[in-house]
Write a protein that binds this ligand. Structure first.
Ligand code: PLP
Length: 232
């Protein structure tokens, strides 16, 4: 898609849907962060998205993120890492990403903390939850969250801002909805507990085909690629 007005129109339409879904759950659309998922998209289209009000960009591959970042693709927006996080990429991403959304083990938390400490910064992260309990997917199980946050509370230089999930892709929206609902319940339960280095502010779930439903269930971060940039 290279029609410059298409991205602007897509974003406008999505914002409208976000505000409507937020209103349906008694919230304000301004409190929902729209992350533009820009994997495989060229720098020029990312610039268009930012010029049209996108304030957060998400990438999936470390190498791609670093290359586009070097080409100033993300200036004016915060950078989220959304992809499968490998331990050998941690040192490259810490300090570049504003939020690493896909932290799924104590080992990764520890490596992130170590690197952040070396750089003299605090790295913001989300904990990825395997809410559908799918064996092939990364993310910790809901019952492992407490242990993970307990571990994080003893780390320096890591700040957990919330949780993210990629629910199973079911044709059946009832199952998707059930996953969003369990994520929200978990988010509320955890928010009520006090851990050092943890402030449960972000619940990241919902993509192009499911963001309205995710927002109605309580998401306040949605990650949208196709509906902004077109098919990959
Ligand atoms: C690609 C991607 C998205 C966006 O998916 P679309 O269906 O294109 O909106 C969201 N989250 C993650 C983790 C992704 O990899």
């Amino acid at each position: 898609m290279n029609n410059p007005s298409a991205i602007a129109e897509n974003i406008k339409k999505i914002r409208g849907n976000i505000f409507a879904a937020a209103a349906q759950s008694g919230r304000n659309g301004e409190d929902v962060l729209l992350v533009a998922a820009s994997k495989t998209q060229p720098v020029a289209l990312i610039r268009q998205a930012i010029d049209n009000g996108i304030t957060a960009i998400g990438e999936n591959r470390a190498q791609e993120l670093l290359e586009k970042n070097a080409e100033k693709a993300y200036v004016g927006a915060s950078i989220h890492f959304l992809g499968h996080l490998q331990s050998n990429k941690v040192n490259k991403l810490v300090g570049i990403c504003d939020i690493i959304e896909t932290v799924s083990s104590k080992k990764l938390l520890e490596l992130i903390g170590r690197r952040a400490s070396f750089l003299g910064i605090t790295q913001n992260v989300l904990i990825e939850i395997n809410i559908g309990k799918e064996p092939q997917k990364s993310g910790i199980l809901p019952e492992e969250v407490d242990e993970m946050l307990d571990f994080a509370s003893n780390l320096k230089c890591v700040n957990i801002l919330g949780m993210m999930a990629i629910p199973p892709f079911y044709e059946n929206s009832v199952i998707n909805r059930a996953c969003f609902d369990s994520m929200y319940k978990l988010f509320v339960d955890i928010s009520a507990k006090k851990y050092d280095n943890v402030s449960m502010r972000m619940l990241s779930m919902g993509m192009s085909d499911s963001y309205a439903e995710a927002i109605r269930a309580g998401a306040n971060v949605v990650r949208i690629g196709t509906a902004i940039f077109g098919e990959r």
